[in-house]
Design a binder for this molecule. Sequence first.
Ligand SMILES: [Zn+2]
Length: 446
Amino acid sequence: MLDLFHSLKKWLYPFPLPHALAITGAATALVVLLLIPDPLPTTGTDTPVVERVPVTLTAPLVTTAEDLVPAPEVPVTRISSEIVKAGDSLSKLFARQGLSPQLLFEVTSTETPKERISDLIVGQEVAFTYLDETLQQIQRQISPFQSVIASYQDGQWQHRVNIRDAEIYVETAEATINSSLFLAGARAGLPDSLIMELADIYGHLIDFVYEIRAGDQFRVTFEKRYLDGEFVEFGKILAAEFVNSGEHFLAFRYTDSEGDTGYYDERGVSLQKAFLRAPLNFRRISSNFDLKRKHPVLGTMRAHKGTDYAAATGTPIYAAGDGRISYRAKKGGYGNLVVIKHGNSVETRYAHLSKFGKYRVGDRVKQGQVIGYVGATGLASGPHLHYEFVVNGVHRNPRTVLDKLPKAKSLPPTELVAFQRVATTMLAALSPAAKDVELALQTITQ
Ligand SMILES: [Zn+2]
């Protein structure tokens, strides 16, 4: 296996190696500091004072059966939960709970548009709390971290949103791809959703249908969100490295001073390029795609000037880049064909479509907008997308001409210092040394 960390060092551009190691060391020290728990509260004026109130014993010292008076009643709390079903409304939930329409009116009359207990969504849990069988509180759970609460206080129903902070831990996982990206992810304990996000981050650099090779590797640093010490969900991907056919691609998540978040390489160049590599939802084609199996051969390869993506009829096809639709009709063996012009030199073609998208000839389209659906019209042995990338009238492999295409957005010099600080910390987190270290970076509000 490749020693990724050694290759990573090379990528710590523009820091010379000794500096890189020093910075990595400093970042590791920071990690250690973060792991040290907060000091215990110091004694001082903040120490709570326990007040001792003298109690006069009024009960007789010797009790007899006649002296036994029932203890004051402790109110009985009962919670009854409902799961919102299709067609449910708060009034239906009230009816199921045996509560009156009058009470429903009282509860909802003080609602504000922002905090509505009555905006039910299917699948949500609504908990009714009773105190001595009198409704005291209704809590609608929006997410593990957020709920709307209506409670009876001071003679009226009050509404509020309850937000709980997640405890966020940062972890790094790595995997080598043997048969499929998703299987490799699963072996590393990563859910498909995180793998999809990873594929989206690299969707402009790597064609995940055709360019993934057995032996490709990835390493990813991501958030895990906990509540009361229990794992709830995976969070954002903070950094990643993908090794594709020996080529290393680093990605760092960065939010600039304008508040825009994106992924950038180690030089601060955006990974968001002018063109998508595979212009369709790769999940729809490759979740069952096994590298060890031969990809279905579609027709002959004779004079084949494009890439074929086998996919179910109806799979949405995206505009590979921003441009203008220049053709949208049947054309011989192409069947239903869409052509997009991107500036003067680049043209992309999408053939065999079963259906066109809503954009017509002359319309401007943005990257990722649906311009049609996979089909088998024209000369096609089965449903697939035939995709062509044409530069100055010549068919090209988009990867090999990547450098000649319009430049991706780079961070301006004013952002670079802040970006390099983030990238350096993340590179340390991404390194094998940090693999088993869980560090609480921050607690954020959901
Ligand atoms: Zn083809």
